[in-house]
Design a protein around this ligand. Structure first.
Ligand SMILES: C[S@@+](CC[C@H](N)C(=O)[O-])C[C@H]1O[C@@H](n2cnc3c(N)ncnc32)[C@H](O)[C@@H]1O
Length: 372
């Protein structure tokens, strides 16, 4: 059904719309079995305002529930189709007819991003799928939303928000590097931004540098160049799966001076002799980012730097493009709500001689501040 056979000799460009159309057709026929075949056993479905749904069986139950409530979908119009080796990526829009009890009008435009994997038979199956209805504008992460509504939120709400983010990266770790490279397709010069951020750290050979939310270690090579073999790199991350990827990178590169620490940024004890702290694409996720930045600033050696690279809503007319930016990052939990967090202000609060540079029309910024 929804899987397309390799011997159909279709290009990926043709295959993806067909896959999506096939799954939509099956859904509209109420055929949850066929719908479920569209997904890999371990697939993940991200649905706006709902917990992440994992596994083919759970996805089938969810789709069945939608169908039972009378929801219908129009065939997909793909926007972007890309492929790399055994993985493919497709993003597009659909029209979904919602039953009246949802109080959201009769129809809503929605968006999807789907990542496909080629299985042994040569068929393509969805491994990550998203489903977002535009008329529902709140963020993906229920925990994060709760925290924002009540200011900084209670300790339990903060832990819930962290555990939602951890879950997203636990599931996405395998595809993270591949996904990160896709951002180039959207014109993001991520490599250049990393180099700029690490340049702004002004590290010296022999320094100890802490990377908060180091993920799979995409910054490590540049940090290694800066601190050299006598230096020390401490990578902290809340997701064990991301750290496992980082460990593979460290092993393959034979770096002897990298320590990986599993835990939340909010609990990490910075070493006293810290020569620099870096966080790229992390602090918007952390409800207590202000305290993290303050504690890091206290641990820095005099004159050393805290550097944050993150995303935010521009102040110019370009902010009207925020939904498109959110779409690009939604698989990893980016939401408008998180984009409204303000880590750069904390850097300005606890550090001096701050410099800030903006990129990508103001959606991305790097801020660097120096300790007293
Ligand atoms: C967008 S990725 C960035 C990874 C890496 N810094 C990079 O630039 O490729 C965000 C990372 O932050 C981690 N993270 C999110 N919230 C965190 C927290 N509160 N404490 C520590 N790590 C966190 C996630 O697990 C994930 O690995």
């Amino acid at each position: 059904m929804s899987t397309l056979h390799a011997n159909d000799q279709k290009t990926l460009r043709e295959a993806f719309p067909q896959l999506n159309k096939a799954s939509v057709d099956a859904f509209n026929l109420g055929d949850s079995e066929r719908c479920a075949n569209f997904y890999d056993e371990n697939a993940t479905l991200f649905v706006q305002d709902e917990d992440v749904i994992e596994g083919r069986a759970n996805i089938a139950v969810y789709l069945r529930h939608l169908y039972d409530t009378g929801t219908r979908m129009e065939p997909v119009r793909p926007l972007v189709i890309e492929s790399k080796n055994e993985l493919g990526f497709c993003a597009g829009t659909f029209r979904v007819g919602l039953p009246a009890q949802f109080d959201a009008g009769e129809c809503a435009d929605g968006k999807f991003i789907t990542v496909f994997k080629r299985i042994e038979s040569g068929d393509w199956v969805a491994i990550i799928d998203s489903f977002f209805v535009d008329t529902v504008r709140d963020g993906l992460t229920a925990g994060a939303s709760m925290t924002e509504r009540t200011g900084r939120g209670s300790a339990t709400e903060q832990d819930e928000a962290r555990s939602v983010v951890r879950g997203i990266y636990q599931r996405g770790a395998r595809y993270y590097d591949w996904f990160a490279s896709l951002y180039y397709v959207a014109g993001m010069r991520v490599g250049h931004w990393r180099r700029t951020a690490i340049g702004m750290l002004a590290l010296q050979p022999g320094d100890t540098v802490v990377e908060i939310g180091c993920g799979t270690g995409l910054n490590f090579a540049l940090l290694e160049e800066s601190v050299g073999p006598q230096g020390r790199i401490i990578g902290v991350d809340i997701s064990e799966a991301m750290l496992e990827r980082a460990a593979i990178r460290v092993r393959k590169s034979a770096w002897q001076n990298v320590e990986l620490v599993h835990g939340s940024a909010s609990e990490f004890e910075f070493p006293d002799n810290t020569g620099g702290i870096l966080a790229t694409g992390v602090l918007n996720y952390e409800p207590e980012y202000d305290r993290v930045i303050m504690r890091g600033a206290d641990a820095l050696l005099p004159g050393r730097r805290w550097v944050v690279l993150d995303y935010r809503e521009p102040t110019t007319w370009l902010r009207y493009l925020t939904p498109a930016f959110v779409l690009l990052g939604r698989t990893f939990g980016v939401s408008r709500r998180l984009m409204r967090r303000r880590p750069w202000e904390s850097v300005e609060r606890y550090l001096r001689n701050c410099q800030i540079v903006e990129m990508y029309g103001g959606f991305v910024y790097i801020v660097a501040g120096e300790s007293e």
